[in-house]
Design a protein around this ligand. Structure first.
Ligand code: MG
Length: 283
């Protein structure tokens, strides 16, 4: 963390399509700014739909030691010892302090099991189909499929039936308390959480331990599931995507829209934010 005298600054970032290239998953174009954040002692906090295991691989590669937000805001993971004491509301698990903001995956597996009676052979999902099934559904390698299956808070479902029955299926899930995010290939069945609430919660924890109320935070994202986070931070950096329009935000102030796509846009936007931060502190 940065020294006690410097203002608290945080960067919360989406991964796919933001820090990572949409096609290649490379972050090479962002490296200069990743190094700049490290030099300035500004924590880089991944906030993603990815699972804990998937983020752990990337953190290890980047040498990132900071907290992270998993599965679209379902939980916040803080390495044990990161703050001076264990924050209220967190439980210790596997070397982390964990704050859960949504029910666990078992709840959704039980619900899907129940719905299987009503919608037999009309849907498949990761847990039911196993590694071979995930490879078939996604085209991932076996190792990557195994990682993707180590989910803790959500379940990807592939709909196989008609559009009419799909609408009934969605209604049944929602009636049972599930939030369903409709992705390109899968329905993600999960609890009612978002990256914005996770950001807000973690920012308060940082402020508490730094004994400050002032936090200059930047949220970076490229998609609709980033909107809550982009609205919640002091500054929003919207990364252009080669495959879809930038997500629409309610706010108009404090928004940076990248010119480039993916990690190149990430680097350009973070540089603009840092330049603004610098001019603020030298005024
Ligand atoms: Mg994204």
């Amino acid at each position: 963390m940065s020294s006690p005298q410097s203002p608290l600054r945080l960067v919360f970032t989406d991964l796919d399509g933001s820090l990572l290239d949409h096609q290649t998953y490379s972050y090479l174009d962002a490296l200069p700014q990743l190094h700049a954040l490290e030099r300035l002692g500004i924590p880089l906090i991944p906030a993603t739909s990815k699972t804990r295991v998937e983020i752990e691989f990337l953190r290890a590669e980047l040498g990132n030691v900071h907290p992270f937000i998993v599965e679209n805001g379902a939980a916040v993971f803080v390495p044990c010892g990161y703050f001076a004491s264990q924050p209220d509301g967190m439980v210790e698990r596997d070397g982390y302090w964990v704050r859960e903001l949504a029910p666990g995956r078992d709840r959704w597996l039980d619900l899907l099991q129940m719905l299987y009676q009503e919608f037999p052979d009309e849907f498949d999902h990761f847990h039911r189909s196993g590694i071979d099934g995930i490879v078939r559904m996604t085209g991932l390698s076996r190792a990557r499929a195994a990682e993707a299956n180590r989910r803790e808070y959500s379940e990807p479902v592939q709909w196989l039936g008609t559009p009419e029955r799909r609408a009934q299926f969605l209604a049944r899930l929602q009636d049972a308390g599930a939030t369903v995010l409709e992705g390109g290939r899968f329905l993600s069945v999960a609890g009612d959480s978002d990256k914005g609430r996770a950001l807000t919660w973690l920012r308060e924890i940082y402020c508490h331990y730094r004994a400050t109320e002032a936090c200059h935070d930047l949220a970076v994202g490229d998609s609709r599931n980033d909107c809550a986070m982009l609205e919640a931070a002091e500054t929003a950096l919207v990364i252009r995507s080669p495959v879809h329009d930038p997500p629409a935000l309610r706010r108009q102030e404090g928004v940076i829209l990248s010119r480039d796509f993916g990690p190149a846009g990430w680097a350009e936007g973070v540089a603009r934010w840092l330049a603004g931060q610098h001019s603020q502190t030298t005024q």
